[in-house]
Design a protein around this ligand. Structure first.
Ligand SMILES: Cc1cc2nc3c(=O)[nH]c(=O)nc-3n(C[C@H](O)[C@H](O)[C@H](O)COP(=O)(O)OP(=O)(O)OC[C@H]3O[C@@H](n4cnc5c(N)ncnc54)[C@H](O)[C@@H]3O)c2cc1C
Length: 609
């Protein structure tokens, strides 16, 4: 890895593209134009074209120059796959470190933690395997227990540690809930499996802008998925519909009577999603969190040894091993456009970097509002981006602790301390937290999840001491009456959060040696998460799949030739999955293959007597 000074600066050729650069950009643009012309070609030539493209996954001759804006984990994944296919890839990261929200840092002398994202499950197994992340040193360990949900009356619910153990814990609240649990898990898994496959491919073409090739690919992929969905039984299909449209509570109510049980499952429905579990659409967020697994175990949550930064560091090493050039402290100021195609990027320093392909890992609003500020774009794209919803309502804290907390519901040390500790004992608590945020900008009794990763990883804190991640909902990016996230408001939020922890683990405050607190504004300014949205945009049906980030731009292609979106603002959205980066790389390669194939066909046509 290198910084903007050093090797990188030597490579720059000044502010404006050179003649050679312009020439090298002309060929692919010509090819792109041909690819668009391909829409009008006769049916029989289309079929030959499609099969040819399917087989061409690497680009050995005349590889395109690719600039990736942002070295978040998705930018790194995209860079890796493109480099593996033979592209010359450079990644430009505005911060001094790679990883974006997937980062480990020392936040208090001697104490390190995952600064933003804090737990692993969604990271796609194919990304881990194909990038060789284990060989690059990544080790993910399983949490012994998924969740621990203490109540105010000192009872507690334990989820995980095996089906029988979870059923035994549920039975203390409701025998019927315990009996229904296996059916709920099985149905969620069947439906989740069917949808998880959709996450690994580009969504279908939607509007007239797409080429015939998109339509043919989308058609065959949709048929395949439709066949799979048709294999679901009627009850599963009904559940699928409910998961896509209903509230988490609507989905959970037929299964579970007990309020704490519903609350435990509802947590995943409101995490990073400013909503009450009674709001339509929250069931999908719950489902989104069920797609993953750890070490081949479906639904398992885990911890990356060394913190989440270990994931992006392993990805960066994999990229560098393929010759990707990573530049930190290199914020991109704009995408440079000529007519309707990209020709490179301009850094904040004013330096120009030519590229035939630009893939943006930054939030879609950063791309539309800042990086493309001066470009001529379709009005409907501008409008869609103006109305793109982006606000999670989350507040994140990292704590250095002198020892482990003692929960009233489980005072002794045990596996619950290595689980996701959910401090939100009922649906009403969650509903009130949301209402408070709407009325007052922040919750008086927030929903808090606590994780103590040092129980699984002794590299994070000195012996005997610990670090805790607190992930807290709901806190608005915009506070009422024009108030801003100054120290006073941050302190109010911190007090409310620690008050909740203290309520379940008396004496907790006395353990605190140091802290880092990140408001939604800090997440926006520090990490480029517009509106403090941890997922690069709301995960609601209107912004998912073919509509992520907007209808007509759901296949990673942005409205200029050669420009792509490869971050969480693209399908399948947020979380540390690597899938937006992987899918975007595949789309770029497919487009290049199609363009090249058409170009060579056109040239051979010209050569004919
Ligand atoms: C507080 C928090 C907790 C979370 N917890 C979890 C969790 O436990 N598990 C989970 O799976 N997910 C979690 N998430 C979500 C997950 O971390 C994100 O969805 C994911 O990391 C986004 O990855 P990305 O690569 O798409 O984007 P990012 O990580 O946002 O990376 C984008 C990169 O682009 C850079 N950039 C932006 N603009 C420019 C520019 N102009 N020039 C150059 N570089 C630029 C940024 O600096 C950044 O490095 C959490 C997120 C947050 C914020």
């Amino acid at each position: 890895m290198e910084t903007a000074s050093g090797r990188f600066c030597l490579g720059l050729q000044g502010k404006f593209p050179e003649p050679a650069t312009l020439f090298s950009n002309m060929l692919p643009r010509f090819a792109c134009s041909l690819a668009c012309l391909g829409r009008a070609r006769p049916w029989h030539t289309r079929r030959r074209q499609a099969s040819c493209v399917m087989l061409t996954k690497s680009l050995p001759a005349n590889p395109p120059g690719v600039a990736i804006i942002g070295a978040g984990h998705n930018g790194l994944v995209c860079a890796y796959y493109l480099a593996r296919a033979g592209c010359q890839v450079e990644v430009f990261e505005g911060r001094s470190v790679v990883g974006g929200a997937v980062l480990t840092q020392e936040f208090h002398p001697g104490f390190r933690n995952s600064v933003a994202s804090y737990t692993v499950s969604l990271l796609d197994e194919s990304v881990i395997a194909e990038m060789g992340l284990r060989a690059q040193g990544l080790r993910i360990v399983e949490r012994p227990l998924a969740n621990f949900l203490p109540l105010e009356d000192a009872r507690a619910l334990h989820l995980g540690g095996g089906l029988a153990a979870t059923q035994a814990s549920l039975a203390r609240f409701s025998q019927r809930d315990a009996e229904r649990l296996p059916g709920y898990y099985a149905q969620l898994e069947r439906v989740g499996d069917a949808l998880a496959r959709l996450a690994r491919e580009a969504p279908p073409a939607w509007e007239g802008e797409q080429s015939w090739l998109d339509w043919s690919r989308s058609g065959s992929s949709l048929l395949g998925r439709a066949r799979e969905l048709a294999q679901l039984n009627a009850a599963d299909r009904q559940m699928l519909l409910r998961l896509l449209t209903d509230s988490a509570e609507d989905v959970l109510a037929p299964w579970f009577d007990s309020d704490p049980v519903r609350a435990a499952f509802s947590f995943d429905a409101v995490v990073g999603h400013l909503a009450s579990p009674r709001a339509p659409g929250t069931a999908y967020v719950l489902l989104h969190h069920c797609f993953g697994g750890v070490n081949g175990k479906r639904g398992q949550w885990g911890h990356a040894i060394g913190g989440m930064g270990a994931i992006s560091e392993a990805m960066a090493r994999a990229c560098v091993s393929l010759g990707v050039r990573l530049h930190c402290d290199a914020p991109v100021a704009r995408v440079v456009v000529e007519r309707d195609a990209v020709i490179g990027i301009e850094l904040a320093s004013g330096a120009f970097r030519p590229a035939q392909i630009v893939a943006c890992n930054a939030h879609p609003r950063i791309l539309a509002d800042r990086l493309l500020a001066g470009a001529t774009l379709p009005e409907d794209f501008r409008v869609a981006m103006r109305h793109y919803r982006s606000e999670s309502g989350t507040f994140r804290m990292n704590l250095a602790l002198s020892g482990l907390p003692r929960f009233s519901a489980a005072p002794e040390s045990g596996p619950h301390l290595a689980s996701g500790i959910i401090l939100s004992p009922g649906i009403q608590w969650m509903e009130a937290a949301y209402r408070d945020a709407i009325d007052h900008g922040m919750s008086q009794r927030p929903i808090v999840e606590m994780l103590i990763p040092s129980t699984l990883d002794d590299s994070l804190a000195p012996p005997g001491a610990h670090v805790a991640s607190l992930f807290c909902q709901h806190f608005r990016r915009e506070l009422p009456n024009g108030a801003c996230w100054d120290d006073a408001h941050k302190n109010r939020a911190i007090e409310a959060i620690l008050g909740v922890v203290e309520c379940f683990a008396p004496g907790f405050r006395r353990l605190i040696l140091g802290m880092q607190a990140l408001s939604p504004l800090d997440l926006e300014q520090g990490f480029g998460l517009v509106g403090g949205d941890i997922f690069h945009g709301r995960m609601s049906l209107s912004q998912l799949w073919a509509a992520r980030p907007a209808l007509g731009w759901g296949r990673y292609r942005m409205p200029l030739h050669g420009l792509y979106l490869c971050g969480s603002g693209a399908h399948p959205g947020g979380g540390v999955s690597g899938l937006p980066g992987r899918n975007a790389a595949r789309q770029i390669l497919d487009d290049q293959s199609a363009a090249r194939s058409l170009l060579s066909r056109a040239l051979s046509f010209r050569r004919q007597p």
